[in-house]
Write a protein that binds this ligand. Structure first.
Ligand SMILES: [Zn+2]
Length: 456
């Protein structure tokens, strides 16, 4: 069987994802850096740096000119787009701490707060209710084409990020392209049967949105747990604070029983039909399924054309984390899928860049043609390669809000992958929340909502 060339492979990918790609004549520098490259983790360094410089400079100028609050911040720090003359000047670009996106007022004022963060013209909304809640406001904005996503920490405070369509499309396309770049040549768009363990149809939860990156990419896809209800900020807040309503708890137990049974039946069917599979989901959930399989004495041998793709964080139970290596060993033992095909993604609600594991070493590769990583040391100053600190980034893809952000995650940045030959920078695979930061992450939200792992 002849192997498909990378060019053919990525052309095919672009056809499948065409609804996320703007017409070429409308491409801006960030689009060139995303849509115009083939393997986003193998762009030659010099070329990537050129693309990234143009893209980040363009995006910085855009926010400076179209976002009053950000311009004021720049003026306070005495920086303007003219000061960005080379890559070294990137460190002058003012960063926003991730907490900034949590600092919202309740009620009507929330709409003004969003308008303040938003770069450009926000669609106007009209709400009949006298005292609208945050969810009412989000719903209206999203009806007008915005994608306001949210995520929550254990404090119950939410992070709100307003994406316009362009930013959203870039994020989805970039995430999908990152994955397929790493999965070449073993990934077959036409043959693999995907199983998306959580699919949220109508919610603004970031976890749900990003689950969608696989839906266009596979000919066959099944959905494990379809969330049809709207997960409001109230439900999420209660779940993250550990105050679950008894009805939600009972419903989730029932759903849990039903969907794990469905998942196991699906695996048996695929095994019977000798299909290649891709399991997509949060580590805690897939780990939970593997435990059940082990208890039942079931194991499979899906082989090296099948995949396990995870994202959302590595906490599997209250106070229990699993390492990515332990997880891969288990996947190999229970599902017969080798380490090379067990890939994790790291991303966050505030950013539009996804770091994917390389199959060879499982380091997290940064999409360096449009993302500029910065490590902030203990002293609050940028630190060098090889040092541990807060992960910060300049994200060229965000047009609707300034994506120049300091996160609450602690990472180690390396100039090159110690294992594979891809040219760009990487993060070490074990990522933790920095000291004093609340627990967060997409998987954690879903885990708490369904209270998986709290009893077993
Ligand atoms: Zn690597």
């Amino acid at each position: 069987m002849g192997e498909i060339s990378f060019d053919e492979y990525i052309k095919k990918f672009d056809r499948l994802e065409s609804r996320y790609i703007p017409p070429k004549e409308e491409w801006l520098p960030p689009d060139e850096a995303l849509y115009g490259v083939k393997d986003i983790y193998r762009v030659p360094l010099e070329k990537a740096k050129k693309l990234r410089f143009k893209a980040i400079k363009y995006t910085f100028k855009h926010h400076y000119e179209n976002n009053k609050f950000y311009r004021n911040l720049c003026k306070e720090k005495n920086v303007s787009p003219d000061d960005i003359k080379s890559e070294e000047d990137f460190l002058k670009i003012p960063l926003l701490p991730d907490k900034f996106f949590k600092n919202y007022p309740e009620g009507k004022e929330f709409a003004f707060w969003i308008a303040n963060i938003y770069t450009g013209d926000l669609p106007s909304i009209f709400i009949k209710k006298k005292n609208p809640k945050i969810d009412d406001i989000i719903r209206e904005f999203n009806r007008k084409g915005l994608r306001i996503a949210y995520s929550s920490g254990t404090s119950g405070r939410h992070t709100f990020i307003p994406r316009d369509e362009r930013t959203f499309n870039r994020a989805v396309y970039g995430g999908a392209k990152g994955f397929v770049s790493m999965a070449y040549p073993r990934w077959d768009f036409d043959k693999i049967h995907g199983y998306l363990s959580l699919y949220a149809r109508n919610i603004n939860l970031f976890a749900g949105m990003m689950g969608g990156i696989f839906t266009d990419m596979l000919k066959y896809i099944d959905y494990g747990f379809v969330l049809n209800i709207e997960v409001t900020t109230d439900i999420l807040q209660a779940a993250m604070r550990g105050r679950r309503n008894i009805l939600i708890r009972l419903a989730s137990l029932y759903i849990d029983w039903r969907r794990t049974r469905k998942f196991i039946e699906w695996l048996k069917e695929r095994d019977r039909d000798k299909d290649d599979i891709a399991l997509l989901g949060a580590p805690f959930f897939l780990n939970h399924i593997m435990s059940l399989l082990e208890k039942k004495g079931l194991s499979f041998d899906f082989g090296d054309k099948s995949f396990v793709v995870t994202g959302g964080g590595w906490k599997i139970r209250e106070n229990v984390r699993i390492t990515t290596k332990e997880f891969r060993d288990r996947v190999e033992k229970v599902l017969g899928i080798p380490h090379t095909n067990c890939l994790d993604a790291y991303g966050m609600v505030e950013g539009n860049g996804f770091m994917f594991h390389c199959p060879e070493g499982h380091y997290l590769h940064i999409p360096y043609s449009y993302y500029y990583p910065i490590i902030i040391g203990k002293d609050g100053e940028p630190a060098g390669y090889g040092e541990t600190g807060r992960f910060a980034f300049l994200d060229a893809l965000a047009t609707s809000y300034p994506g120049f952000i300091i996160s609450g995650d602690e990472v180690k940045l390396l100039e090159h992958c110690p294992v594979c030959d891809r040219p760009g920078p990487v993060l070490e695979p074990e990522i933790k929340r920095a000291k004093g930061e609340e627990v967060r992450g997409c998987a954690e939200e879903v885990r708490r909502m369904l209270s998986i792992g709290s009893g077993d």
